[in-house]
Design a protein around this ligand. Structure first.
Ligand code: HPA
Ligand code: ZN
Length: 336
């Protein structure tokens, strides 16, 4: 099963580029930028990756971002992820970035997106990997800051496919951002939002009914509301589930308690993703492997998840069909 999981063609739909910033690269970039990291060594930094909740993780994640100053830094971080993604047989990945994490440190929006964009172009040329870009608003900041970010994105409209909502969930419901998402939708962006990771099912309802999302990021707490589950099934609403993230942030107590299999059995349209792989102990293949072993998923389940990853993506229908055919060809020719 390990070889099968590693080799099956797949897409990744929930990935924060700042969450791919590996400690080794962080120290290297901090050194060349003469930025001090509040940890004496790579090992000390890694030892701090022991979180009790989302906020404890976010505090370290935002601190790590302080090393990123130049276009080259964003290029190097993005390129390192895309190389890894290609090695894991990810054909297509939809990358989230948090412009406000950088603009509030006076790093220009242009510096951030230009570095990411150059890596996307090079990776397409060098590895054939296709990408989309999702700009996330930080929900612990206010609506006005989100509007300003949407404005700053305008010159780069052609590089951004969707707008999302991330950061500290509890106390920051999707309803706070209804108006700015309405504007983003009118401008032609696709929409996603983190909901039901730590927050209640009610936040998932708000993401559906007020934000009118095309996809829900996480969505775990939807299971507490049967009517919501039915709505998600009827709408064929994709959920981008992140098993190792849920484990590391204590959304689940143990990986064997993870609801992924239950979600599949209820007919929810789920995908498997890595979220912040540098912090949560694994990229997409490690997520598939951990959840397969813990929940005893079958080969058919893995095939379903891989197909779902393309079906739930923002690729056009022709490209979706091509990728799903690649999954089928792989399955037909695979022998262990
Ligand atoms: N949840 C919310 N915000 C985030 C995450 C997450 O898992 N990762 C990066 N920003
Ligand atoms: Zn996330």
């Amino acid at each position: 099963m390990k070889g099968f999981i590693e080799k099956i063609p797949k897409a990744e739909l929930h990935l924060h580029i700042e969450g791919t910033f590996e400690p080794e690269l962080m120290f290297e970039i901090a050194q060349r930028n003469k930025v001090r990291i509040p940890y004496k060594s790579i090992d000390k930094l890694k030892a701090a990756y022991d979180f009790n909740n989302l906020q404890e993780f976010l505090n370290i994640y935002y601190t790590g971002c302080n090393a990123l100053l130049k276009e080259q830094d964003f290029y190097d971080m993005t390129m390192a992820y895309l190389k890894k993604a290609h090695q894991q047989n990810i054909l297509h990945t939809e990358i989230m970035f948090d412009p406000q994490t950088h603009t509030r440190r006076r790093i220009p929006f242009k510096t951030v997106i230009t570095g990411i964009q150059r890596a996307r172009k090079d990776a397409k040329k060098d590895f054939g990997i296709s990408t989309k870009l999702i700009m996330c608003f930080l929900r612990h900041l206010d609506e006005e800051a989100a509007f300003k970010t949407l404005e700053e994105a305008q010159p780069f409209y052609n590089q951004i496919d969707a707008v999302g909502l991330d950061s500290s969930e509890i106390g920051h419901p999707p309803s706070n951002f209804e108006r700015v998402f309405k504007k983003a939708r009118a401008e032609g962006y696709l929409l996603v939002a983190h909901a039901g990771e730590e927050g209640p099912a009610e936040y998932v309802w708000e993401a559906l009914n007020l934000i009118k999302v095309d996809r829900i990021d996480h969505g775990n707490h939807s299971l507490e509301d049967n009517r919501l589950v039915q709505e998600l099934v009827t709408k064929k609403m994709p959920l981008t589930v992140c098993p190792l993230s849920n484990l590391k942030l204590k959304v689940v107590k143990d990986i064997s308690d993870h609801p992924l299999k239950k979600m599949m059995q209820k007919g929810l349209f789920v995908t498997v993703n890595s979220d912040d792989p540098a912090y949560f102990g694994g990229y997409v293949n490690e997520n598939y492997l951990a959840i397969q072993q813990a929940l005893e998923l079958t080969r058919e389940d893995i095939i379903q998840l891989a197909k779902n990853s393309f079906e739930a993506s923002f690729l056009n229908n022709t490209d979706k069909k091509k990728c799903i055919s690649q999954v089928e060809e792989f399955v037909n020719s695979y022998s262990d």
